[in-house]
Design a protein around this ligand. Structure first.
Ligand SMILES: NC(=O)c1ccc[n+]([C@@H]2O[C@H](COP(=O)([O-])OP(=O)(O)OC[C@H]3O[C@@H](n4cnc5c(N)ncnc54)[C@H](OP(=O)(O)O)[C@@H]3O)[C@@H](O)[C@H]2O)c1
Length: 298
C-alpha cells in the first residue's frame, strides 16, 4: 500500500524533535511516511522555497511546527516575524486548499491579553499584546479561513522539553550555577511538555475529520515562580541538582522585557479532551518525565 506523506516543518525545534522521536513508535507509521524539514529544506522567508518544497514532497498532511518563537526579539524584528509566522502560513494554507492537503498548525496562548482570569476557550476574544502574538494570530486566520475548511489550529502554552532551549533547561542551568535566582510570580499560565502536545498531535492527525481551533496544555494554573520551585524540587529529588538555592518571587515590573506578556494565559482544554481520547497525565508527572530524560542524557 502506498503511504500518505506527512510533512513536518520546524523539525529541528523542540516540538519538531519530540514529534520525530516518537513518530516511529506511533500507529501512524502504517498510514504515513514522514518527511522532516527545517530551514535548510523549506525556508519560511522564501516563497519559492516553500512552494518548491511543498510540490516536491506533495504531502497529504502538513504539521507546521516551524515558527519565529523569539518573543522579545520579535518586537525589534517585526518584518521577519511576520514573514515566518504570518506570510509563510498564508502560502502553506493556499497550497493546502489547492492540493486538498490538511494543514495542522501550532499556535500560542499569547494571542490573548490575559485579562479574562479564567481559562481561555477556543472561541474567546483574542487580543495579542506583542508582535509575536499578533503574527501568530494572523497565521491562525490563514489556516482557518484559507486552507479549505479542513485546517487545524492547536494553541498551546509554556512549552518545554529535553530538547533545544526552554524555561526548564534555563532554570536548571541557573540553579546549578547561581547562589539564588529571582523568578516572576505574577504571570499565571500552564506549562506544557512537548511530549503531551505530540500525543495530542498524533490523535489529531489520526482523526482526519477534526478541524478548527483546539486548546492544549498540561492542566496547571501556576506562575513561573511556582514552576521554578517544582523544577528545583524534582531535579534535586532525582539528583540532577546536588543542592537547592533560594528562589525569590518577583513581579513582572522588576524583570522588564521588550515584549509585554499576558498576566494570565491558562488555556481551557476541556473541548479538546472531549473530542480526542487522549491519555491525561498531570503536569508534575510530565515535568518528571522531561527531567528524567535530562538526567539520562547527563
Ligand atoms: N516555545 C513555547 O513556549 C511555545 C508556546 C506556545 C506555542 N508555541 C508554538 O509551538 C510551535 C513550536 O515551538 P517550539 O518551541 O518547538 O519552537 P522552536 O524550538 O523555536 O522551533 C521552531 C523551529 O522553526 C525553525 N525556523 C525558524 N525560522 C525558520 C524559517 N525561516 N524557515 C524554516 N524554519 C524556521 C526554527 O529554526 P531555528 O532554531 O534555526 O530558528 C526551529 O527549528 C511554534 O509554532 C510556536 O509558536 C511555542
Amino acid at each position: 500500500m502506498t503511504k500518505e506523506r506527512l510533512l513536518l516543518t520546524g523539525s529541528k525545534g523542540q516540538l519538531g524533535r519530540t514529534f520525530t522521536a516518537f513518530f516511529a513508535g506511533s500507529g501512524l507509521t502504517n498510514v504515513y511516511e514522514i518527511q522532516e524539514v527545517d530551514i535548510e529544506e523549506l525556508d519560511f522567508t522564501d516563497r519559492n522555497s516553500i512552494l518548491s518544497a511543498l510540490s516536491f514532497y506533495n504531502p497529504s498532511t502538513i504539521v507546521n511546527c516551524g515558527a519565529y518563537t523569539a518573543v522579545d526579539h520579535a518586537e525589534e524584528n517585526e518584518k521577519l516575524a511576520r514573514k515566518i509566522n504570518d506570510d509563510a502560513v498564508a502560502i502553506m494554507a493556499d497550497w493546502s486548499r489547492k492540493e486538498k492537503s490538511r494543514l495542522i498548525h501550532i499556535s500560542t496562548d499569547f494571542v490573548f491579553d490575559g485579562r479574562k482570569r479564567k481559562p481561555y476557550l477556543p472561541d474567546d476574544v483574542t487580543n495579542p499584546l506583542g508582535v509575536y502574538g499578533k503574527t501568530k494570530l494572523a497565521g491562525e486566520g490563514y489556516v482557518l479561513n484559507r486552507s479549505g475548511g479542513v485546517g487545524v489550529v492547536i494553541r498551546s502554552s509554556w512549552l518545554y522539553s529535553e530538547f533545544c532551549s526552554n524555561f526548564v533547561k534555563t532554570m536548571l542551568a541557573l540553579m546549578g550555577n547561581k547562589k539564588e535566582i529571582k523568578v516572576v510570580n505574577d504571570q499565571v499560565g500552564s506549562p506544557t511538555s512537548t511530549h503531551s502536545l505530540v500525543r495530542l498531535l498524533f490523535s489529531v492527525i489520526d482523526n482526519k475529520l477534526a478541524s478548527g481551533i483546539f486548546h492544549w496544555c498540561d492542566g496547571a494554573a501556576i506562575t513561573w515562580y511556582d514552576f521554578a520551585v517544582e523544577i528545583q524540587k524534582q531535579a534535586f529529588d532525582i539528583g540532577v541538582l546536588r543542592s537547592k538555592i533560594p528562589i525569590r518571587a518577583i513581579n513582572t515590573s522588576a524583570y522588564p522585557t521588550l515584549a509585554k506578556r499576558p498576566p494570565y494565559s491558562v488555556l481551557d482544554r476541556k473541548q479538546t479532551l472531549n473530542q480526542f481520547g487522549i491519555e491525561v497525565v498531570g503536569w508534575r508527572e510530565e515535568l518528571r518525565r522531561v527531567i528524567g530524560e535530562l538526567a539520562r542524557a547527563g
